[in-house]
Design a protein around this ligand. Structure first.
Ligand code: 5GP
Ligand code: ZN
Length: 118
């Protein structure tokens, strides 16, 4: 699904400013904010301002936005001092544990992350 904004969507509400969040980076198309339940010393979520359900839907509808999210993640990683590295994750669907159906890129870093994940 793709609409400019969904009033029932948590991340649309964060983008609109009606739900507070700790925003660490913003552009005309992208907002990045700290995860409320961090899984690493740095855990930031990067979202497009427009509502799209998941990464593949975003890539199909607005491919340039995918590149902007990845580039913004690199900027946040630099800002956060993650010179030792970081991980980017798009959880998609129930087996991956996607709980918010507004596409979000997880940026995790600040500790050794291990591979494969649990
Ligand atoms: P998912 O499991 O869908 O990939 O990730 C959703 C993420 O959103 C989770 O890591 C969860 O902690 C985070 N989250 C859920 N509700 C809120 C909220 O109200 N504010 C913020 N900043 N993060 C949230
Ligand atoms: Zn949304």
């Amino acid at each position: 699904t793709s609409t400019a904004s969904d009033p029932d969507c948590l991340f649309c509400r964060i983008v609109a400013g009606t739900v507070p969040a700790d925003v660490v980076h913003e552009s005309a198309t992208t907002v990045a904010f700290r995860d409320i339940s961090p899984g690493a010393p740095t855990h930031v979520l990067l979202v497009p301002r427009d509502h799209h359900a998941d990464a593949a839907s975003l890539a199909a509808a607005e491919p340039a936005r995918v590149a902007e999210l990845v580039a913004a993640a690199g900027e946040v990683a630099r800002q956060e001092g993650l010179e030792r590295g970081y991980r980017l994750v798009w959880n998609t669907g129930p087996d991956a544990g996607q709980t918010v159906h507004h596409v979000h890129l997880h940026l995790l870093g600040g500790r050794g992350l291990g591979w494969p994940p649990g």
